[in-house]
Design a protein around this ligand. Structure first.
Ligand code: KG4
Ligand code: ZN
Length: 394
C-alpha cells in the first residue's frame, strides 16, 4: 500500500509511521494549491516479530508451546495467553515407575519418540495450521538437559522452517502462570510456592514478567522426598499420591520427625535429613521387632513436610506484603498441604490460588501463558539459544 502526505502534516506522519509506513520517495510540487511536495509512504509486510507483538497487544496472538523439561512431553496452542485451544500431555511415568524415579536417559529417548505426534495433535486439536500461528514457545530450563534439548531443538527447527519467532520460557515461570488460567482475577504482587518432583522454590512475583527467587531446596525436592520415602515403605512410584492416601488414616503427631530449617531465618528448604530420619525410624523399629504403623509414618512424615512449607510460605507472604499466594507443581495435589496453607493464609487475610491438578503437573498450557508476556514485551529467543538445565528465575 502506498500513500502521499504533506511533509508539514506531522500528525499524519506520526500516525502512518506507527502503522508501519516508511518513506519511499518524494513527488515534487504534488499539491496544486501550494505546490508543496508530497512524501510517498510505503507499507511493508511486517516482520514476524512485529506481527506477533502487535497480535499480543490485542490478545489475538496464537502461540504453540512445547514443554519437555522432565518426564512429560507436552504441547499446547493458546490464544491471547489465556484461552487454551489445545493441550496435549504424553506422560512417561509408566516407563520410569519400575526404577522408582525419573531416569534421564529414558526421558530423553521418550521425548524424541513422542514429540512429533504430540505437537501435531496440539495443532490439529486446536483447529489451526502452522501459518495461523504467531510464535513458537519452548521451556529452555531448568530441567534435565537431555530432556530439555529435545524440545528446544524441535522448537528451533520449527521456528527456522516457518519463520515464526521463538520464545524461551523458564519452567518455574510456567508453573506460576498456571494459576492465572483458572483464576483470572489473580494479580501480582504475589508469592508462589512451587513444589514438584524436581523443585521446591519460593518465588516473589511483584508483577507479571518479574520474578525474584526467595529460596529453594538445598538438597531433595518435596516430591522427591515423598517418592523416596514411598519407595522405602514399598508403596511404588510416584509416591506422593500413595503417601497422602495412607496418611489419611494415620496420626500426624505419632512420630516427631525433624522440621529442617524451620527457624533458619531464610526461605531455603532441606528435605534429605527428613527422608533419612524416616528410613532410620523404620529400620530401627523393624530391627527391634516392633510393628511399624505405615499410616502413622506416612502421616507424620507428611506433617513434617507441610509444617515447614506452610511456615516459610506464610512468612514470605507477610514479609513481602502480598495479598495472594499461588501453590503449584505436582505436590500441590497433596490435600494436607493445600488445607494447612489455606487455613494459615486465611488467618492472615491472604488468598490462596491452587490450579487444578492437570495444570499443577507439567503441561504446555502454562508455558504458553507465560510466553504471552514475553511476546508483549518483545523478549525473543535467538536461534543460537540452547537448553539451560540450571536456568535461574529472575
Ligand atoms: O510436577 P510433577 O508432575 O512433575 C515434576 O516433578 O516435574 O510432580 C510430580 C511429583 C512427584 O514427586 C509426586 O510424588 C508428587 O509430585 N505428588 C505428590 C502428590 N501427588 C503427586 N506429593 C505429595 N502428595 C500428593 N498427593
Ligand atoms: Zn514442573
Amino acid at each position: 500500500m502506498t500513500l502521499e502526505v504533506r511533509p508539514s502534516n506531522d500528525e499524519a506522519l506520526g500516525l502512518y509511521g506507527s502503522a508501519g509506513f516508511e518513506l519511499e520517495g518524494v513527488r515534487p510540487g504534488y499539491y496544486p494549491e501550494t505546490h508543496e511536495d508530497a512524501l510517498v509512504l510505503w507499507s511493508r509486510p511486517l516482520a514476524p516479530q512485529v506481527r506477533a507483538m502487535e497480535a499480543a497487544k490485542t490478545g489475538g496472538d496464537l502461540v504453540l508451546a512445547i514443554e519437555t523439561s522432565c518426564d512429560e512431553t507436552a504441547a499446547a496452542v493458546m490464544l491471547g495467553g489465556e484461552q487454551q485451544l489445545s493441550s496435549i500431555v504424553a506422560s512417561q511415568v509408566d516407563f520410569h515407575a519400575r526404577f522408582g524415579g525419573v531416569v534421564p536417559e529414558i526421558a530423553s529417548r521418550k521425548h524424541t519418540e513422542a514429540i512429533v505426534a504430540v505437537v501435531t495433535a496440539a495443532i490439529s486439536e486446536a483447529g489451526v495450521s502452522l501459518k495461523d500461528l504467531h510464535a513458537v514457545a519452548v521451556t529452555h530450563g531448568p530441567g534435565l538437559v537431555g530432556a530439555l534439548v529435545v524440545g528446544v531443538a524441535y522448537a528451533k527447527g520449527l521456528a527456522l522452517a516457518t519463520g515464526l519467532p521463538l520464545l524461551g520460557v523458564n519452567h518455574l515461570e510456567g508453573h506460576v502462570h498456571a494459576a492465572r488460567l483458572t483464576d483470572p482475577k489473580l494479580e501480582p504482587p504475589l508469592v508462589a510456592l512451587l513444589v514438584s518432583g524436581g523443585h521446591t522454590t519460593l518465588v516473589h512475583v511483584p508483577e507479571w514478567g518479574r520474578y525474584e527467587a526467595l529460596g529453594r531446596t538445598l538438597d531433595d525436592a518435596a516430591g522427591e522426598a515423598f517418592d523416596k520415602v514411598a519407595k522405602v515403605l514399598g508403596l511404588g512410584y510416584p509416591g506422593g499420591p500413595a503417601i497422602s492416601l495412607l496418611a489419611e488414616t494415620g496420626d500426624p503427631a505419632a512420630i516427631p520427625f525433624p522440621r529442617a530449617m524451620l527457624r533458619s531465618g531464610d526461605f531455603d528448604f532441606s528435605l534429605s535429613g527428613l527422608k533419612t530420619a524416616v528410613l532410620q525410624y523404620v529400620d530401627r523399629e523393624r530391627a527391634a521387632g516392633c510393628e511399624v504403623s505405615l499410616p502413622d509414618v506416612a502421616a507424620s512424615f507428611q506433617q513434617a513436610v507441610v509444617d515447614v512449607q506452610v511456615a516459610k510460605t506464610v512468612r514470605a507472604a507477610k514479609e513481602y506484603g502480598v495479598r495472594a499466594v499461588v501453590l503449584a507443581g505436582g505436590v500441590a495435589a497433596n490435600p494436607a498441604l493445600r488445607s494447612a496453607l489455606a487455613s494459615a493464609l486465611g488467618g492472615e487475610g491472604i488468598r490462596l490460588s491452587v490450579p487444578p491438578t492437570e495444570l499443577c503437573t507439567d503441561n504446555a498450557s502454562m508455558i504458553a501463558a507465560a510466553a504471552h508476556h514475553h511476546l508483549r514485551e518483545g523478549r525473543f529467543l535467538g536461534l543460537g539459544a540452547d537448553a539451560v538445565p540450571n536456568l535461574r528465575l529472575g
